[in-house]
Design a binder for this molecule. Structure first.
Ligand code: TYD
Length: 198
């Protein structure tokens, strides 16, 4: 496959959407075929699966993991593989690392989650995963948080650690970018990492 595939990962609220938009605009000024997509919800079926999985707290954890995997299987088959085969640059919001970290780690489903996603996608892995990394509570001190904020922060810290551990496992395929800096500074680092691939 002749295309280039870049995935963005990170916790909620780290600025993925902004950075994806900036990278896509820059890529589009240099090349003709740039596909911006996301999981869950990168296809019409995926939009329905996204609505189903984000339904609230009523989805059993294993069902949730399978819905993300179903979205992923269809998305890779219908959008990503064809785009890469024709030589496009694909910029994607979240991929299997999100399942490993959110379902495997935070929901406690373990390593099987990764195998389910690898089966779903026939093992397709991105050329680069950009992890936008940020401390969950910013500058606030633990003692200034209430109970709910503390729980939210603990969950976010677990998610953050999960992505960092994945990046450490295969550093050649990852760029960990400090996302706590100004938007344009982060964007420049992201662009530099992507430029090395092209
Ligand atoms: P996202 O579309 O990035 O929304 P937001 O911009 O609100 O972060 O992701 C939606 C949520 O879906 C996010 O909380 C992470 C979760 N998610 C999983 O739990 N597992 C997955 O495999 C994926 C792709 C996302």
């Amino acid at each position: 496959m002749s295309g280039t595939w870049v995935v963005f990962e990170g916790g909620d609220g780290v600025g993925k959407t902004t950075q994806i938009d900036l990278l896509a605009a820059w890529l589009r000024s240099h090349m003709p075929d740039v596909v911006v997509t996301r999981e869950p919800g990168g296809t019409p079926l995926g939009v329905e699966l996204r609505a189903a999985v984000m339904h609230g707290d009523h989805v059993a954890p294993r069902a949730e993991a399978l819905l993300y995997a179903a979205d992923r299987a269809h998305h890779i088959h219908a959008v990503v593989r064809p785009a890469l085969e024709r030589g496009a640059v694909v910029v994607q919001d979240r991929y299997l690392d999100s399942s490993i970290v959110y379902q495997g780690g935070a929901r406690g489903l373990g390593d099987e989650v990764e195998r389910i996603s690898m089966w779903a996608t026939e093992g397709l892995l991105p050329h680069l995963t950009v992890v936008l990394d940020m401390a969950p509570t910013g500058d606030r001190l633990e003692r200034d948080l209430d109970r709910v904020e503390r729980e939210t922060a603990a969950h976010a810290a677990q998610i953050r650690a999960g992505f960092l551990a994945l990046a450490e496992r295969a550093p050649a395929r990852y760029a960990v970018v400090d996302a706590a800096r100004p938007v344009d500074v982060v964007a420049a680092d992201v662009r530099a990492a992507v430029e090395r691939l092209l």
